[in-house]
Design a protein around this ligand. Structure first.
Ligand code: URA
Length: 235
């Protein structure tokens, strides 16, 4: 465990317990303890791993990283103007962490499946940068029969999406039925899966992400989340 020392008021606001201005009142009530001893001085520097708030260890002291089974009907945005957001389905305290918790990449409002969330900008970069080519596996239902030759076309690296100067990177398509398939992508362009199938006359009617890198959604129930180790996604 790398030592991590923060001022008491900074600690409470960094991990989303309260604002820095509210910290004094929290400390007066003895809510923050170091090795069981209440801390009163907002300026006292504390080793975070030895602290507790309301008797519980500080949550995700080394950075938050969780997997979430996104339900349909929720956006990945922090803005509420486009409808309900995934953040409403997550602990309220996470919204107040600083740096803020964000999703690593996005899923469309109607899409379901594996989403990663973190407050570590470096992890967002590593898992979304095209340079790292982290594979993502999607399950798709479409509204028309998949045309012959689609597997080869998607694998060829020649498919051009409207308005894009560069063709899509080769992608692996596995046919599961006349209107059902799995697609593995190593890049993440805007609405890429829907645009790839749509460009071939097959509008996507169900989109579910099952895997990111080696991390599989498994039997995590829809709407639930669980902490993961950075090593599980190759960080
Ligand atoms: N591609 C899409 O079209 N939508 C998603 O949500 C993810 C990938």
């Amino acid at each position: 465990m790398t030592p991590l020392r923060l001022r008491a008021d900074q600690l409470l606001s960094r991990y989303g317990y309260c604002s820095r201005s509210e910290a004094r009142a929290w400390l007066r009530r003895g809510r923050l303890t170091l090795c069981g001893e209440p801390i009163q001085d907002p300026a006292q520097r504390l080793e975070v791993h030895q602290c507790a708030v309301d008797g519980r260890p500080v949550e995700f002291p080394d950075g938050l990283l969780v997997m979430f089974h996104k339900p349909a009907g929720f956006t990945c945005s922090h803005e509420e103007r486009d409808g309900p957001t995934i953040y409403e389905r997550l602990p309220l305290q996470w919204s107040s962490r600083n740096p803020p918790v964000t999703s690593i990449g996005r899923l469309d409002k109607d899409a379901t499946g594996l989403l990663l969330l973190t407050d570590q900008g470096e992890w967002v970069h590593q898992l979304t940068s095209p340079r790292h080519k982290v594979p993502k596996l999607y399950e798709v239902d479409v509204a028309a029969d998949l045309p012959p030759g689609l597997t080869e076309l998607f694998a060829s690296g020649t498919l051009h999406l409207d308005g894009e100067p560069k063709p899509c990177q080769p992608a692996r398509l596995e046919l599961l039925g006349p209107r059902q398939a799995r697609l593995e992508l190593t890049e993440g362009r805007y609405h890429q899966v829907k645009r790839m199938f749509g460009s071939q006359g097959c509008p996507v009617i169900r989109l579910h992400r099952k895997r990111i890198g080696a991390l599989d959604l498994g039997d995590l129930e829809v709407g639930n989340w669980r902490p993961i180790q950075a090593t599980e996604v190759g960080l």
